[in-house]
Ligand binder design. Structure first.
Ligand SMILES: C[S@@+](CC[C@H](N)C(=O)[O-])C[C@H]1O[C@@H](n2cnc3c(N)ncnc32)[C@H](O)[C@@H]1O
Length: 274
């Protein structure tokens, strides 16, 4: 099952030093018990999806992972159609099969493509992009990319990392990140605001959501490695789990945050009244 390339830290695509494990497959494995590949609880995903897609006709997910966000969106809205784009494609078959079993398959299209190159003439009521801003080169390019695909009065559900506190050199090294990869909460929201978008809802992932996600990520890999001791890749899968756990517990836990915002465009002048 495991191919050849670099492993990945999963939710933000930073390459591991473990060589020989296919990044899509290891990420798919790591998300066995937490199909949403972002530090968000089931309850939060439900709440954000209800706000984003209720009463809407079409949704596009840029960097859709296996398509779970869209499957959940389709369950909520009987006339919604959904398109997801991801460069990985890992888990597409599984999610499409599930959609077909539930009679939702005709409304779901999952496209195996690079979001930077994928184009369509269709405009969507809702665009999702959760945990995939690194694919576009950061928050502002992601806003610009989403803008191209959105109806003028559409809304964007965007999730990206923030710094909960200033990262130490050790944390940056463990993450393979730079300080200016992200900003704190206030600066991030200001940047979004300056780009002409208004947050109409927002959620900062709790430490419990992060911990649940990371335990699930590292635990799923460890469990697979322990259950397949004779598999040629079991040692590398276990190493991926241990390295990820070290980076999390020895570095970014409590420092790296995750902000999800429901955004609409505005032409109103938001200057404070005097
Ligand atoms: C952290 S995961 C988030 C997945 C999904 N949005 C979720 O929350 O479950 C980031 C996703 O972005 C995808 N991705 C990264 N670079 C991409 C690119 N250039 N084009 C399309 N997808 C990309 C990865 O394959 C991965 O599935």
């Amino acid at each position: 099952m495991i191919g050849e390339s670099l492993g990945t830290s999963g939710w933000r695509g930073r390459p591991y030093r473990v060589v020989g494990v296919n990044r899509s497959e290891i990420s798919d494995l790591a998300h066995t018990r937490h199909p949403i590949a972002s530090p968000l609880s089931n309850e939060t995903v439900d709440r954000l999806l209800a706000l984003a897609v209720t009463g809407q006709r079409s949704v596009l997910d840029l960097g859709c992972g296996d398509g779970t966000w869209l499957l959940r969106a389709l369950r909520r809205e009987p006339t919604l159609t959904a398109v997801g784009v991801d460069v990985s494609g890992a888990g597409f078959d599984r999610v499409l099969e599930q959609a077909n079993r539930e009679g939702l398959g005709e409304r779901l299209q999952l496209v195996h493509a690079d979001v930077r190159e994928w184009r369509t003439t269709e405009k969507f009521d809702v665009v999702l992009s959760i945990g995939a801003a690194y694919a576009f080169g950061g928050l502002l390019p992601t806003l610009a990319a989403a803008d191209e695909h959105l109806h003028p009065d559409g809304q964007l559900l965007l999730g990206d990392c923030i710094w909960e506190q200033a990262p130490s050199e050790q944390t940056l090294a463990l993450l393979g990140a730079a300080t200016d990869d992200y900003c704190d909460l206030s600066t991030t929201v200001q940047a979004v605001d300056s780009a002409g978008w208004v947050p109409v809802e927002g959620h900062v992932s709790t430490l419990q959501e992060w911990d649940s996600y990371e335990w699930s990520w590292t635990g799923s890999l460890a469990r697979w490695a322990l259950d397949h001791p004779d598999h040629p890749d079991s040692q590398q899968v276990m190493t991926a789990s241990v390295e990820h756990r070290r980076a999390w517990l020895g570095g970014y836990r409590g420092t790296l945050g995750f902000l999800t915002m429901l955004l609409r465009r505005s032409t109103l002048n938001a200057a404070p009244l005097r």
